[in-house]
Design a protein around this ligand. Structure first.
Ligand SMILES: NC(=O)C1=CN([C@@H]2O[C@H](COP(=O)(O)OP(=O)(O)OC[C@H]3O[C@@H](n4cnc5c(N)ncnc54)[C@H](O)[C@@H]3O)[C@@H](O)[C@H]2O)[C@@H](O)CC1
Ligand SMILES: Nc1ncnc2c1ncn2[C@@H]1O[C@H](COP(=O)(O)OP(=O)(O)OP(=O)(O)O)[C@@H](O)[C@H]1O
Ligand SMILES: [Mg+2]
Length: 391
């Protein structure tokens, strides 16, 4: 019933917009204000969608109680860190801790380890990634890890990548959720079979990494006009691995059909979606979910996150996202599908990490403006998390 009412409201809104658009063409700008009010109908959709999506993330956050032991809220491993890049694995691992993991490990090269240790006494740092026994040395920790983040600051050395390939295989065999970012995505672009069909994998490419993957997997040059379609195609070609394409808006999909299609207020046909930012207590934000309205079958799920961030594009923000996602993926899978209302736990986790990262950026920018760096964003993880997910 609610669905039918929602659908009629959406159709009516679309009709109102069409009529007003025609009127605007005839009579010009005085109708601007009216149009804005018409768009607020869609705004209401976005507010509802955003609120619902945030609530799903809130549902997976484990309560802080006196009954738990250390480690229960997450033991996360970051595989990355080499001579050139020590910041990226640090950002990812410390973000996991700040979001709420109990223990955060870094598996890096021998040379990178003392540097990363010196950044933080809170991280457990293993200088093993370039050792001859790397796979064994990391492998013995795998039974104790809830999630792995592979790639931040890994570099592209062939020996390291070969070790990481074997670590990925061992992790998959144990069913460990894996977030793949940065140079981990470089490896996947060389060998897509490594992740093909693994349902507990999330890839978090930036623009360049997405193009590289798309080219390698689909042989397609990236269609910048159709970001949703591009993400859906890549996810489906990889056997429904979850893909988070970062950018002005983050586009998230596992390429699967939406179990709630036509029955859930979160899902609207794309043709009725509007992209109007809204103001909320945690800043401007919007989420849209759905698929093409033309198909008869339920549309594939495709989520977008456009939580207001900032204009700063300093390095390391993606590492904050992948580290946070490591924890949220564990929490979401642990919570199970009832807590995520039947939506894929990985989609909910990805939406949470994207929203959090962008909110950190927004809050840090308000304090530091152009001089904002990822360190400033990490200082905002706690307040941003409370604001978004503990209200
Ligand atoms: N402090 C650190 O240690 C950091 C290390 N990093 C690491 O650096 C390594 C390489 O990562 P990169 O992300 O540079 O990957 P790539 O080496 O593939 O370089 C991508 C290049 O594309 C450019 N680019 C990014 N977005 C673009 C867009 N939308 N359009 C056009 N060009 C764009 C970037 O400026 C960069 O030069 C990874 O291991 C990564 O984790 C980064 O995470 C940043 C922070
Ligand atoms: N044009 C943009 N407008 C707003 N937010 C953006 C934009 N581009 C990226 N972001 C946000 O910045 C964060 C990091 O994305 P980005 O594409 O910079 O990752 P990255 O290149 O992997 O970062 P890193 O430097 O850590 O490797 C994400 O949360 C993303 O939503
Ligand atoms: Mg990156």
């Amino acid at each position: 019933m609610a669905t039918r009412t929602g659908a009629w409201a959406a159709v009516a809104a679309a009709a109102v917009v069409a009529v007003l658009s025609a009127a605007l063409a005839l009579y010009g700008s005085p109708l601007d204000a009216v149009l804005k009010r018409a768009f607020s109908l869609h705004n209401a959709h976005s507010v509802k969608g955003m609120e619902d999506a945030l609530q799903l993330v809130r549902n997976i956050v484990p309560p802080l109680t006196a009954k738990k032991h250390k480690g229960q809220d997450g033991r996360v491993g970051v595989v990355g860190g080499c001579r050139e890049y020590t910041g990226a694995p640090y950002f990812a691992a410390i973000s996991a801790l700040k979001v709420g993991a109990d223990l955060s490990h870094v598996f890096c090269t021998q040379e990178a380890a003392p540097v990363i240790k010196a950044y933080s006494p809170e991280l457990i740092v293993h200088p093993v990634l370039d050792s001859p026994d790397a796979v064994h040395d990391v492998g013995k920790w795998l039974p104790r890890l809830h999630a792995l983040v592979v790639g931040p600051g890994l570099g592209r050395d062939d020996v390291l990548l070969s070790n990481v390939k074997d670590i990925l295989e061992a992790s998959k065999a144990r069913g460990i959720p894996i977030v793949i970012d940065a140079d981990g995505l470089w490896l996947i672009a060389q060998q897509p079979a490594l992740i093909q069909g693994y349902q507990k994998a999330v890839l978090t490419p930036n623009h360049v990494e997405f193009s590289r993957l798309s080219e390698a997997v689909l042989g397609d040059p990236l269609d910048g006009q159709d970001r949703r379609g591009a993400v859906l195609r890549l996810s489906q070609a990889l056997g429904n691995v979850t893909v988070v394409q970062k950018g002005e808006r983050d586009v998230i999909s596992d390429g699967k059909q939406d179990a709630h299609a036509g029955t859930h207020t979160l899902c609207q046909p794309w043709s009725l979606q509007q992209s109007v930012p809204m103001s909320g207590p945690a800043g401007k934000s919007e989420v849209t979910l759905g698929g093409p309205s033309s198909t008869r079958a339920p549309p594939p799920q495709c989520w977008e996150c456009s939580q207001e961030g900032s204009g700063r594009r300093c390095g390391g923000q993606g590492d904050l996202l992948s580290g946070s996602l490591g924890v949220l993926v564990h929490w979401a899978l642990q919570a199970g599908p009832e807590r995520t209302d039947g939506f894929s736990p990985l989609l909910v986790a990805a939406f949470g990490a994207c929203t959090l990262t962008r909110q950190c950026s927004h809050q840090a920018f308000q304090k530091h403006g152009r001089s904002t760096t990822t360190t400033d964003m990490i200082a905002e993880v706690g307040p941003a998390f409370s604001r978004l997910f503990e209200t």
